[in-house]
Design a protein around this ligand. Sequence first.
Ligand code: AMP
Ligand code: MG
Length: 482
Amino acid sequence: MHGWNWVHSYTGLPRPFFSRVQPAQVPAPRTVFWNQTLATELGLNPDAFPPEEVAAQLSGNRLPPGTDPIAQAYAGHQFGHFTMLGDGRAILLGEHLTPAQHRVDIQLKGSGVTPYSRRGDGKAALGPMLREYLISEAMHALGIPTTRSLAVVATGETIYRETPLPGAILTRIAASHLRVGTFQFAATLDQPESLRALVTYTIHRHFPAAAQADCLALALLENVINRQAELVAQWLAVGFVHGVMNTDNMALSGETIDYGPCAFLDRYHPDAVFSSIDHAGRYAYARQPSIAQWNLARFAETLLPEIDPIPERAIELARTAVETFAPQFQRAWLLRMRAKLGLQIPEAEDQILIQTLLRWMTETGVDFTATFRNLTFHLDSATAQPPDRDFGAWLQSWRARLRRENVPSDQIRQRLHRANPRFTPRNARVEEALAAAHHGDLAPLQRLLRVLARPYDEHPGDEGLAEPPPDGGVGYQTFCGT
Ligand code: AMP
Ligand code: MG
C-alpha cells in the first residue's frame, strides 16, 4: 500500500478549465531527490517507495492507480501583458487527501506537452528543478507558506535550451494551483455560470469559513487580499525576491509558487533585482507589495459580475477591498520587522526605528541576513563596537526601546534568533551546489538542504554557508527556469 488517497474535485469544474492529458513516457527515470519527511507528512508509506518506485511513479511512466491527469487552463499578465497560458509543462495527477484530511494537488512539472504548450517542449531541465526543490523546501523551513517539493526524477532524456541539458521532473505539492490567472481565464469565457462555479469552488477549497458570506465573490477577494498581504510581508522579512510576480504566478491559497528566477538579498537594497529579463525592475525587492496589489486589482476585475450586477456598485466594492491591501500589508510588515528587532509591544515610533535602520543599511550596503542575525552581538554596548557612528546612534535608540519591552536580555536574544535566520539560500552557494550537481556530485546540495531545513539554528562546521559574499553579491543574475 502506497498510501495515495486520490480524489478529484477540480475535474468537476466546467470543461474549459482543464484538458485531460497523459504524461510523456521517459527513457530512463532515476530518482535524484525524494523528500521522505514530506512523504510521511502526506501519509505516504515510505517503505512502499524504493528509488525505482519513486522514479516509475513520479516520472509519469507508471502512474499510481486512481490518478486522473489533467492540464489546467489559465491566463495571466506577464510583465504587464495579458496572455492566454495554461499548464504548458505541468500535469496535475489529481488531489491527494492526507490522513489529516488536507487536500493537496500532486503535480508533475516537466512531463511533456499539453494543449497549452504553445511552442514549448513541455519539458524541464534538471538544474532549475533542483533549484525549485531546494528553495521551496528552504522557504517552508523559514516558516513561509509555499508549494513543496516531493521529488526530483531525472528522465534520462536530453532537452535542448541554449545548450543540451539533462531533463527532469519535479513533483510539486500545493494547497491548489488556483491562481489569479485562473480567474482571468474564467473572465475571458464570458460564461457567468463558469465564473460562479469557480468562485464557489475556490471558497470551499480555501476559505470554507466564508462559505456563508452574503457575497461569495467579495469574500473571496477579501480573503485572497489578506493572504497576499501576509505572504509578501514574510518575503520581505527574509529578503526574498520572487522575480516573476506575473498574475499566473500568484496562488490564491497564499502560497509562494513558481521558483523560476527568484533570489535572496545579500547586500541590502530596496531596488534589488536579479532576474535577467526584469529590465525595468518591475519585480524589485521593495516593489513586491505594490505589484501584489496591482495583481489583486486584476483579480478583482475578474470578479466584478459576481460582486454586483450594477457595474458601478461592483467597482466601488472591489476598489474598497483592493485598497485595504496596503494597510494590511503595512500591519503585517510592521509585525514581522518588529519581531526582527526583538520587539513585541507596539509603539508608535517603531516604524521610524525600522526605517532608520533600513536607510542605514541601504547607504552602507551591508548584508541583509547577517545584519539582523548579528544584532544579538550588539545587545550590550560593552561587547561590540558598531561599524560607524550612524549605526552606533541607531543602536542606542534600539537599546533604549528594548528596555521598554521589560524582559531580560536572554529573552530578547531568543526572540531575535527566532525571527532572524542564520541561514538563507545564499545565491552563490545555491549556484555552486547546482554546478556540482550538474557534474554528478550531489553532496553540496544535500548539505545545503540539511542546513536550510533548520535555518534558525547554528550549524557548527557549516558556518561558511551563512557567510555573505565578499562583493555583496552585486551583479548576480537569475534566468527563467524554462
Ligand atoms: P513560468 O515562467 O514557469 O510561470 O511559465 C509561464 C508559462 O509558460 C506557463 O504557461 C508554462 O506552462 C509555460 N512553459 C514554460 N516552459 C515551458 C516549456 N518548456 N514547454 C511548454 N510550456 C512551457
Ligand atoms: Mg508559472
